[in-house]
Design a protein around this ligand. Structure first.
Ligand code: GDP
Ligand code: IMO
Ligand code: MG
Length: 424
């Protein structure tokens, strides 16, 4: 049996989709357990190029069943469209997709409320993906959410919706937005629900059964450690728990069942949206990372902020998630750099400090201390054997492993499924 969790170790977009797609070859179940369509997981394989937002990235292997577990929040239209898109390219999900009725639904008012909050915050805005993620989770924890389960009884759904609209429309109108119409929302939500009905089923007993059968479960983390609602750079975070412990609440499976926790890490660092970023490069080097790395959001198309690898962050990520190994991605993007830097630790007012010592304001003030490495200035693109990597690239990877205290299992050397080195 293997129970493998893939966690984003930075600020999202580490290449989780690529790693999940690769690992799915040997998986029976691939499971999303938190977040929503704020995620954009890019996959390039025999079927084409995709940015997956809700359906687990492992569906391209026919041996897998995809599960969207209870911790995930759903924009029903996005889900319906994603199923349709997959069918069109030849990935039929009939009998291969299970959606938990416990999932909360993103409503049109969630997206609107998010917009007015971001506008009101001005410069201190989160820079969210605009998918209504914060407001839907806020309603979930304050007992105001509407779940898929509510749609089985139209009377319950309509009642719940009318209470929400009573409050939300007043807020929206006070902030200059038009009130939302109940009938229109009902119609759209119920139309999507009918299309999703064949897939909606509580997965709890399936999990229990397949764990006993020693099947291979692959859990697909979304976002990243430093976007975690508790341990990220709050308030510049997302609304869910993106840490390994999140699988317990998000699926109903105890985290201690995990047999490996793989931290996916870009060979440098990126961030999209607002918030502190100690190793950010606002110069030509940052621009080169963005251009060569194609660093534009898979969900919103926004340019990503770029900087050097930050070992202080990844060491913390390893500890708090219990990483058993790392998957390093985008090594090839560093191929043409003469010099490459790693931040080994931070200082503040001349004293050594750690990530967890303070909040977002603190992190904005820390000074990264760098170790400089000679670049390899050779192509690593598509290399599949460790022994074929240039010596300087090996040294760089060893430094990452030594500084973070986690061994490296996978090294990705390109966007395609096959462009990867498996170390053991
Ligand atoms: P995710 O959200 O963690 O799945 O990551 P995204 O898909 O948002 O962003 C990662 C980007 O890097 C995508 O465009 C991937 O195709 C690309 N990518 C992943 N691994 C590699 C790699 O090893 N080399 C290169 N050049 N691109 C990669
Ligand atoms: P994947 O799974 C990168 C960021 C947003 C914003 C903050 C809050 O593709 O790695 P939200 O819409 O969640 O309320 O936005 O979090 N963010 C991501 N950044 N990758 C993601 O997902 C992200 N999901 C959210 O840019 O800063
Ligand atoms: Mg992404």
């Amino acid at each position: 049996m293997a129970m493998t969790l893939v966690v984003g170790s930075q600020w999202g977009d580490e290449g989780k989709g690529k790693i999940i797609d690769y690992l799915s070859a040997n998986s029976d179940y691939v499971i999303r357990f938190h977040g929503g369509n704020n995620a954009g997981h890019t996959i390039i394989n025999d079927y084409g190029k995709f940015a997956m937002h809700l359906i687990p990235s492992g569906v391209f292997y026919k041996n897998t069943t995809a599960i969207i577990a209870n911790g995930t929040v759903l924009d029903l239209q996005v889900l319906v469209d994603e199923i349709k898109m997959l069918k069109k390219v030849g990935v039929n999900l009939a009998n291969r997709l299970i959606i938990s009725p416990r999932c909360h639904i993103i409503m049109p008012y969630h997206k609107l409320l998010e917009k007015v909050y971001e506008k009101a915050k001005g410069k201190s805005r989160t820079g969210s993906t605009g998918r209504g993620i914060g407001p839907v989770y806020a309603d979930k924890v304050s007992y105001n959410g509407i779940r898929l389960a509510d749609l089985f009884d139209q009377k319950i759904f309509k009642e719940k919706l009318s209470i929400q609209l009573l409050v939300k429309n007043k807020i929206l109108q006070a902030l200059g937005e038009k009130p939302l119409r109940q009938k229109e929302i009902e119609k759209n939500i119920l139309a999507c629900f009918r299309k999703l009905l064949p897939f909606i089923k509580e997965p709890y007993s399936i999990f229990q059964k397949v764990i006993k059968q020693k099947k291979h479960l692959l859990f697909e983390g979304a976002q990243g450690v430093f976007l975690d609602n508790d341990w990220g750079t709050y308030p510049f975070v997302t609304a869910s728990t993106s840490l390994s412990g999140g699988i317990a609440a998000g699926t109903g499976i105890p985290a201690q069942k995990l047999t490996s926790v793989i931290g996916v890490v870009k060979a440098y660092t990126t961030r999209v949206g607002e918030g502190p970023f100690p190793t950010e490069l606002l110069d030509g080097i940052g621009e080169k990372l963005r251009t060569v790395g194609g660093e534009f959001g898979a969900t919103t198309g926004r340019p990503r902020r770029c900087g050097w690898f930050d070992a202080e962050l990844i060491k913390f990520a390893g500890e708090i998630n219990g990483f058993t190994e790392l998957a390093i991605t985008k090594l090839d993007i560093l191929d043409t750099f003469k010099e490459i830097k790693i931040c080994t630790h931070y200082t503040l007012n001349g004293k050594r400090v750690s990530y967890y010592d303070g909040d977002a304001n603190f992190l904005a003030k820390v000074k990264p201390v760098y170790k400089t490495f000679k670049g390899w200035e050779k192509s690593t693109k598509g290399i599949t054997k460790y022994s074929n990597l240039p010596m300087q690239a090996k040294q760089y990877l060893k430094a990452i492993s030594d500084l973070t205290g986690v061994k490296i299992k996978l090294i990705s050397t390109g966007q395609k499924r096959s462009e990867i080195i498996k170390l053991y």
